[in-house]
Design a protein around this ligand. Sequence first.
Ligand code: ATP
Ligand code: MG
Length: 607
Amino acid sequence: MTAGTAPSTRWPAIPKDLRGLAVRPNMVDYDASRAAFSWDEARHALAGLPDGGVNIAYEAVDRHAAGERAGHEALRFIRADGTARSLSYAELAEQTGRFAGVLHGLGIGRGERVFSLMGRSPELYVAVLGTLKNASVFCPLFSAFGPEPVRQRLHLGSGRALITTRALYRRKVAQIRDELPELEHVLLIDAEGLPDPGTLDLAELMRDAQPLETVSTRAEEMALLHFTSGTTGTPKGAIHVHDAVTAHHATGFFALDLHPDDVYWCTADPGWVTGTSYGVIAPLTHGVTTIVDEEEMDADRWYRILAEQHVTVWYTAPTALRMLMKAGADHAAGHDLSALRFVASVGEPLNPEVVVWGQEAFGQPVHDNWWQTETGGIMISNYPAMEIRPGSMGRPLPGVEAAIVARDPDGKAVLRNGEAVLVTEPEGVGELALRPGWPSMFRGYLHEDERYRRCFAGGWYLTGDLAKMDADGYFWFVGRGDDVIKSSGHLIGPFEVESSLMEHEAVAEAGVIGVPDPVAGEVVKAFVELRTGWQPSEALKLDIIGFARKRLGPAVAPRLLDFTDALPKTRSGKILRRLLKARELGLPEGDTSTIESPPGRYPGAPA
Ligand code: ATP
Ligand code: MG
């Protein structure tokens, strides 16, 4: 495989000094923590059920409710008007026990699937954990999905129960109900004593239910079903088990640096794996207070929440950060963000420009980390006490072995004697791979065994992303396997081009694709969204292209450039390059169930 272009060297490394940190990080020495770590040890950090079983909800809720953190605020929901309502660990234990009792009373049992379709309200969080307490499997959906994506997922996942609102039921579910014979129960959170025909009043059932003790589950028992974001095609249903909680807890400790007194805010919606792994499970296992914003993203609102709620640890997404950057620094001014001690991001490549901008906006760089629905938890990360190299995803978590696997021209892993061949020279591009065995690894794609098997080769799980590793073991994202552009013998990752474009003062965000070219094979085309106050013009187009050529050289810089008001994105805010390409080439758009609509409105929901 041709070598990719070198990692961004324009951005100097950002050193870390322990003395400058207000709170001593959980990990002060990366190599020492890696050497000392084992997953078995990590399991001991959790309680486990008395009979040796493992249940996510027990670790997240029950064990705190039974101890001195019972009265500690577990979840704090911020309503549209900025007022808050809270649930303590004890209250959460009581309500989730009731919810489990409701399911039990309806005859929904072990391994059966419970879906949600609703905004980020307390009922959603109670439903996630209550379902797990009942040994049933939870599958959260984005409330913004249309009827067809809802039907598809409920059908694939054999949903037996759905928790939703009256309005969403009427708009999205009532008309598809006949096509879902397995969907026995629909529970409305806002029925107010008058459920629609064919639905049940959840509040009433909760009042009457007997709280259920957490049912014992085995570590390898299925707990969660998460559909991927659909960035590259039809979403896949990834199966996760209760033992995943070991990874959620350990990664919350190392990568998010959670401490018991933290006020933590994950902006992701549980409809995306981030919003469940790190919006519900990881923080609760650490006994911290988690903020949930019930509204959609808005720059002023977000700064207000960070300041007024005294958020200490913030986990968000590149698209949100780019939107804050686009809105301008004035929005940050006047907000006291002094409580904020750690900012992390996931979901898409994080442009170096944004990492560095964090220092101006939040008084610290943004810490990128990498993972997928399939990995269930953070795999590669930047840490509070480790130097940041802007544009790099960081280094593998303790307990995680990552490598770059060589690919043949067809994109298949190169094997020798049954073992995958690794790219060992620094900066060599290949497929990012992980050694199987971490607890939150997916255990299958629902109904797609063959596809699951194809993800593994030569002793590795192949992620489908291309990356490179530098001489010091930092990983650099190059692009999704499907997005990489081959132009005149060069292998070009869209991320590098997009990041360079973003350094132009007029550019807020960019999506880059390859379009066929008779001479070069493919040439680079960029779609550019301008910052507030800039107008598209031919002169500006040439200026941006010229700017990119200076930075990247003519072989890599975009040859073509279009302005756009809003790049197509998934609901998690990921740029849908495959859609840009399909539209450019007049090809079918493929699966668009996860597309953000209307475009340009980030739904507060990374992925
Ligand atoms: P689908 O698999 O359906 O196409 P998806 O891959 O976008 O969708 P997710 O599992 O939500 O679904 O996203 C994981 C992917 O997001 C990763 O494989 C990677 O391509 C991208 N990603 C996540 N975090 C980062 C990051 N820090 N840097 C670069 N890319 C990232
Ligand atoms: Mg994927």
